[in-house]
Design a protein around this ligand. Structure first.
Ligand code: G4P
Length: 525
């Protein structure tokens, strides 16, 4: 059954993550958005938090050092009648499977690209996950206050490198020292860049795209070039296609500079017009759960362990998919059908304290957990069993061999590994020939967290031997032959007993393909 007031609340939600390569400007743009939302009053607040000078938290050193803080994992604010949830996707050294999993909990993504550098590797990886989910992706070409690449080149790179059509909503009038502004075809205006005078920056355009009133800018060759490019694109470029945008086949592109707060609000306003409200979620048995269904449901997409040994609790991040969350409500944990009371819930950065109590579809709640939850778990109210589709398995890229330092302590070693693997902290593989335990991760941080938690939560000191980057490729079990294993392509099995090879590099993989042309190699995401 649908609830009208619930439907209204849900339709106000916009839940997204920012995908970018480190240093493209994710933190800076997030700060500008928080400024618009009235969450912070001064730029530099989040940044300070990132470098660890902001607040003293009781989290462990590696968290403090890296500034991973629960409160900035989800940022919620109200702007222009919408309730916005920004989910943080940790990059830099904190890049991990959690970064990928966070993308399972959003309804759209904002891709921030350094306009001087173009598309960089981490953006490509994160884009792939968004593309797989078919969610809308909005692009912000950042750092226009510096000399940028030819905008035409940036747009074609989207298509050539990522395979997504770009639709420029506006066009830069110069960049760096000659940045004059934006030729904004979507809003039919020219937005002037005048850092010393922020009043009345807009010059209206007529239906032909010419300035309505005389202005000396029309004499400027930088302006003429931009207008010419925009005219060319309007004539010969991709037409705006909302259906393609919804599926992630076309991305609206905006230009600007987060640092000098130019073009960010223009981006935000248009983004909110086109970004989707929370949608239906599919279950394992191919049913759909509507966001305005009365019964509450959600799934765990991330678990963050408290690194302070005095507080062993963890926080399970739940994306609400339907119904209304109430503090103290009883829910069923689908995996074991246990009933749990949700009373201990953490608050995220928000402008009102009540937000978490009114969480609806699109919102994120953080549940204090003593070990009940695993990544991918569904929780729900009502008699109808709900089990959301499994989260995908990601292909790890980094590997270590792991063993217990003290051979007498095998029991706690095994218990710890099993629980941490189930929780989704790292992936576990076993070598066919030697029986060695091998851990896989997408980011180095996962190993450090694993080692620390094994010691602190399971009293098990582990030895890790770096194996470095490997390419993981699964094979059909029927084609399995242990003789195919070598030091350059190690045959292992995952926790589902599925066989795969860890190739030393692309060369080793090619060599293998030549030698065994009939063996099909597949990757996870
Ligand atoms: P990230 O979260 O994506 O890693 O990037 P972040 O926002 O931290 O930005 C990385 C660097 O790029 C920062 O400089 C930041 O000030 C700068 N930056 C971000 N947006 C713009 C922009 O629009 N124009 C210019 N010119 N620079 C931008 P930094 O020197 O590493 O840090 P800071 O100490 O100056 O803050």
């Amino acid at each position: 059954m649908s609830d009208v007031s619930l439907d209204k609340s849900v339709n106000k939600r916009r839940t997204f993550a920012i995908i970018s390569h480190p240093d493209a400007g994710k933190t800076t743009i997030t700060e500008q958005l928080l400024l618009f939302g009235g969450i912070i009053r001064q730029a530099g607040t989040v940044k300070a938090k990132k470098s660890g000078n902001f607040a003293k938290s009781d989290w462990m050193e590696i968290e403090k050092k890296r500034g991973i803080s629960v409160t900035s994992s989800v940022m919620q604010f109200d702007y222009a009648g919408k309730r916005i949830n920004i989910l943080d996707t940790p990059g830099h050294e904190d890049f991990s499977e959690d970064t990928y999993r966070t993308l399972m909990a959003v309804d759209s993504a904002v891709m921030v690209i350094d306009a001087a550098k173009g598309i960089e590797p981490q953006t490509k990886k994160l884009f792939k996950i968004c593309k797989m989910r078919g969610i809308p992706i909005f692009t912000f070409m950042n750092k226009l206050d510096r000399d940028s690449r030819d905008p035409m080149e940036l747009i074609s790179q989207l298509e050539d490198v990522l395979g997504i059509e770009g639709y420029p909503m506006n066009w830069p009038i110069g960049s760096g020292k000659v940045l004059r502004g934006l030729y904004d075809r979507y809003n039919k205006r020219v937005e002037l860049y005048r850092p010393e005078d922020k009043d009345n920056p807009y010059l209206p355009l007529d239906d032909e795209g010419n300035l309505k009133n005389d202005n000396p800018i029309t004499e400027d060759s930088v302006y003429q070039d931009a207008k010419e490019s925009m005219d060319l694109i309007t004539e010969a470029g991709n037409p705006f296609d909302i259906e393609k945008i919804k599926k992630g086949d076309q991305t609206p592109v905006f230009f600007g500079s987060a640092l000098v707060n130019f073009g960010v609000q223009t981006f935000l306003d248009a983004y909110l017009k086109f970004a989707p409200a929370p949608n239906v979620h599919e279950t394992q048995d191919d049913k759909t759960v509507k966001p305005d269904d009365e019964e509450f449901s959600g799934f765990v997409f991330k678990i963050q362990a408290n690194m302070n040994p005095r507080h062993r609790d963890r926080i399970a991040f739940v994306r609400v998919c339907s119904g209304k969350f109430n503090r103290g409500m009883d829910v069923t944990l689908e995996r074991n059908k246990k009933s749990l009371r949700l009373s201990n819930v953490t608050e995220f950065m928000a402008n009102t304290r009540e937000n978490v109590q009114n969480a609806v579809a699109g919102d994120i709640i953080g549940l204090y957990d003593t070990g009940n939850f695993q990544i991918g778990d569904t929780i729900y109210t009502g008699k109808q069993d709900i089990n959301f589709k499994k989260l995908p398995q990601f292909t790890p890229e980094l590997f270590v061999k792991v063993s217990a330092k003290n051979v007498m302590k095998q029991k706690s070693f095994h218990k710890g590994i099993n629980q941490l693997v189930q929780e989704g902290a790292v992936q576990l593989y076993t070598a066919y020939t030697t029986g060695d335990y091998i851990l896989g991760a997408v980011g180095q941080l996962q190993f450090e967290v694993f080692q620390f938690r094994m010691q602190n939560e399971y009293n098990s000191e582990v030895v890790m031997e770096t194996m470095g980057h490997k390419t993981a490729r699964w094979i059909n079990p029927e084609q399995l032959d242990e003789k195919m294993s070598s030091s350059r392509n190690i045959l292992v099995k995952d926790i589902h007993d599925e066989p795969l090879f860890l190739f030393e590099n692309a060369f080793a993989e090619r060599w293998f393909k030549d030698k065994y042309p009939d063996v099909e190699l597949t990757s996870k995401l």
